[in-house]
Design a protein around this ligand. Structure first.
Ligand SMILES: *Cc1c(COP(=O)(O)O)cnc(C)c1O
Length: 221
């Protein structure tokens, strides 16, 4: 199957309201071009430098939205704000505050998701639930961030039932936060679902799925 065919097939099974982000880490510019021609306008990258290099090679494609989905180092916040429209991986209060401060200077207002660990996972960054709840009042002060929702990644090796339960817990958490009526925190977006589990994420109410392998094939290590 071509990339365009895979995209069409997945699109056909996604609710129209779910945004399909093509994760293009380690994917060639040529493959990205094919995805663009098949209608993809959202690209997700985990590394700033790779995204910048590809952006240059792609040239000026109208309508592109770039999503940062990997951990953002504090010394790269400024260039990241120049490149990415969305940051899904705001994973600590310290990072949120730094992005907020630098966004003010650059006069940009990035859309961000708060990365949360629904289950403990030493391999992932992000808030645990009680810590996130405790930080909301301070996050609400980050007026240069457009806080749009939550992002989560299940720990490796979770079975389907537990993965679905995890995604449902994330949706419930978003609803709990929404019900607190913060003036600068909205919870309309749920960035969850990758190639292996997006069907479960969508079932639980995901609004943005981040798909790599299922569109472009296995990445070489
Ligand atoms: C790589 C990556 C994806 C895409 O994963 P696939 O399994 O290839 O679909 C999604 N989200 C994040 C945060 C990633 O790092």
């Amino acid at each position: 199957m071509t990339i365009a065919q895979r995209i069409a097939q997945i699109r056909a099974h996604l609710p129209e309201s779910v945004r399909l982000i093509a994760v293009t880490k380690q994917v060639s510019v040529d493959a990205m071009m094919q995805a663009y021609q098949a209608g993809i306008r959202d690209f997700g990258e985990s590394r700033l430098q790779e995204a910048q290099a590809k952006s240059e090679q792609l040239g000026d494609l109208p309508g592109l939205t770039w999503h940062l989905i990997g951990h953002l180092q504090s010394n790269k916040v400024k260039p990241a704000l120049d490149h990415f429209h969305w940051i899904h991986s705001i994973d600590s209060l310290k990072l949120a505050q730094r992005v907020d401060r630098l966004a003010e200077g650059l006069e940009v207002k990035p859309k961000v998701c708060l990365q949360v660990k629904i289950l403990p996972d030493p391999n992932k960054s992000g808030w645990q639930i009680p810590e996130l709840i405790g930080d909301l009042a301070t996050l609400n002060q980050c007026k240069n961030l457009e806080i749009k929702g939550l992002m989560t990644i299940p720990p490796l090796g979770l079975d389907q039932a537990k993965t679905l339960a995890l995604f449902e817990r994330a949706r419930q958490l978003a609803q709990e936060i929404q019900a607190q009526n913060w003036d600068n925190i909205s919870m309309q977006e749920l960035s969850m679902g990758m190639s292996g589990d997006y069907h479960l994420a969508v079932q639980a109410g995901s609004t943005m799925v981040r798909l790599g392998t299922i569109l472009f094939g296995e990445r070489s290590p």
